[in-house]
Design a protein around this ligand. Structure first.
Ligand SMILES: [Cu+2]
Length: 348
């Protein structure tokens, strides 16, 4: 059966109401689990004489998820680079090591909406693994969950280290562990994710993270951030009800990302979104240099919008010449309204 969009499925499921009215109706976004609560909150606000604040039905001012209960905070994930532990091998090469543990973790992805996620090290996205080109990397993977999983890294490595079923250690059974080991190459922005079938489920559940290989000579100092673009299918219809950068819808609306005027900003953007063909990143009030996959030091584009399919990633660099609040969001308006939007707050 050809894949249909949700809108087309919705349209097909609308009984024959007749002509333009039916078409219009089908173009209206479906209701979301939090709508009833949001509307109730707005009504309560109105009666209390507070006004509706932002006026966005899906964006509830002053409410945020319980980051402590989740075990991670998107504001911490933003600038949290995990360099692992290092020691020097007899050959002189640096050995860098991490341990990743797969577990089952319930997370609140938007106020009041919980999702039974699978995670690496208890967070979605998993830790941002960062290293330098040419180092030896050793990642111990422990499967502490009740399903088989792997870690498949993007980058250059031997087939046995590819983290797919049937090669090397293959699928790692619940309670088992394995070690992935390879040299860090090439310099750039990569990712890792589980590669067990059904792949869409193992990825959509939250088993992914960012993998950064710094060039030998490093990069210019900057205010560096990681944004993993993702979504959550909270009603199991193979489509997302929540979209975000770093998992929590509207997190950077509720609490803007503070950055300094004229300082170089570098954002590592990785798209892992499942069920939708493309995603995007759009910046307000500015344009950025775009370095696809971060493998070249020469930007491919000076723009304010890039689109990414699943697995695509790129480094964005810019400076804000003006203080103030500037939005960033997906330029698919539906994704924006379902959580994938935020603010930079530029200060002097
Ligand atoms: Cu898996």
């Amino acid at each position: 059966m050809p894949q249909l969009s949700r809108r087309r499925l919705l349209a097909a499921s609308v009984p024959a109401l007749g002509g333009a009215a039916a078409a219009l109706h089908s173009a209206i976004p479906r209701r979301h689990p939090w709508d009833a609560e949001a509307q109730a909150a707005e009504v309560a606000d109105h009666h209390a004489g507070h006004g509706a604040g932002s006026g966005h039905a899906d964006f509830r001012d002053g409410q945020s998820v319980d980051h402590r209960a989740n075990g991670f905070d998107p504001h911490e994930i933003l600038r949290d680079f995990d360099w692992g532990t290092t020691r020097r091998l007899a050959s002189g090469q640096v050995l860098r090591e991490w341990e990743l543990v797969a577990t089952e973790t319930e997370i609140e992805v938007i106020p009041g909406v919980k999702y039974a996620a699978w995670s690496y090290n208890g967070r979605v996205p998993g830790p941002t693994l960062r290293c330098r080109e040419g180092e030896r990397l050793r990642i111990t993977f422990v499967n502490g969950s009740s399903h088989p999983h792997t870690i498949h890294f993007h980058g250059i490595h031997p087939a046995a280290m590819d983290g797919v079923p049937g090669l090397g250690a293959g699928e790692i059974a619940p309670g088992d562990s394995t070690v992935y080991e390879f040299d860090a190459q090439p310099a750039g922005l990569h990712l890792y994710h589980c590669h067990v079938r059904p792949l869409a489920d193992h990825i959509a559940k939250g088993l992914y993270g960012t993998f950064i290989v710094d060039p030998r000579e490093g990069r210019e100092d900057a205010d560096e951030m990681v944004m993993v673009l993702n979504g959550f299918d909270t009603n199991f219809d193979r489509a997302n009800e929540v979209y975000a950068a770093n998992s929590i819808g509207f997190a950077y609306m509720n609490q803007p990302i503070v950055t300094k005027r004229n300082e170089l900003v570098r954002v590592y953007v990785v798209n892992v979104l499942e069920f939708d063909l493309i995603n995007s990143f759009h910046l307000h009030g500015n344009l950025f240099d775009y370095f696809p996959t971060g493998t070249s030091r020469t930007p491919s584009e000076f723009t304010d919008t890039v689109m990414l399919c699943q697995g695509q990633r790129g480094i964005l660099e810019w400076r804000f010449p003006h203080a103030g609040k500037f939005m960033f969001h997906a330029h698919q308006s539906e994704f924006t309204e379902l959580g994938w939007q935020g603010f930079f707050e530029v200060v002097d």
